[in-house]
Design a protein around this ligand. Structure first.
Ligand code: ZN
Length: 174
């Protein structure tokens, strides 16, 4: 497992749509292992392949608590086929938007189909934090970030700060 570099907003790749995968093979499993390693060491609870620069519809998630056994979930070609009408609010952050958080309202439950680590087709009924996390990660596959749900003013402010942070980091490297 290799830790990969996480892409930080603003970056045009984060706005691109990821493509469907044809099959689950060893190469893809290696990518999923790397994504899990990258997510755990960040640390984060979800990561989409686009966040490490790969435009494929793959997501890793683990919403288990610190002292619990790890429960990684690998989603290949995830597709939501039902969202509940009732909504819930979670404070969301994103590994591509470090240091910024906002309360986002989303459907409280969702039902999805996906292909798992072994290439088997599966269905999942998600609620609570898991449902929020799944919707956040699937948004990434469609080039959508959580800041897109905020007012233009708030969003622009966050992007401005991220740009400045990036510049500061570059200067340190130079
Ligand atoms: Zn994210």
């Amino acid at each position: 497992m290799v830790k990969r570099k996480i892409i930080i907003e603003p970056d045009p790749i984060l706005r691109k749509k990821s493509s469907i995968l044809e099959k689950v093979d060893d190469e893809l499993r290696e990518l999923m292992d790397d994504m899990l390693e990258t997510m755990y060491s960040a640390p984060g609870i979800g990561l989409a392949a686009v966040q490490i620069g790969i435009l494929k519809r793959v997501v890793v998630i683990d919403v288990s608590k610190k002292d619990e056994k790890k429960k990684p979930l690998f989603l290949v070609n995830p597709s939501i086929n039902h969202k509940s009408k009732n909504l819930s609010v979670h404070e969301e952050g994103c590994l591509s938007i470090p240091g910024h958080f906002a309360e986002i309202e989303r459907p409280a439950e969702c039902n999805l189909t996906y292909i798992d680590y072994d290439g088997k087709k599966r269905e999942l009924q998600a609620k609570g934090l898991m449902a929020t996390c799944i919707q956040h990660e699937i948004d990434h596959l469609n080039g959508v970030l959580f800041i897109d749900y905020l007012s233009k003013l708030k969003k622009d402010m966050i992007i401005k700060k991220l740009k400045k942070q990036k510049k500061d980091i570059d200067q340190v490297i130079l």
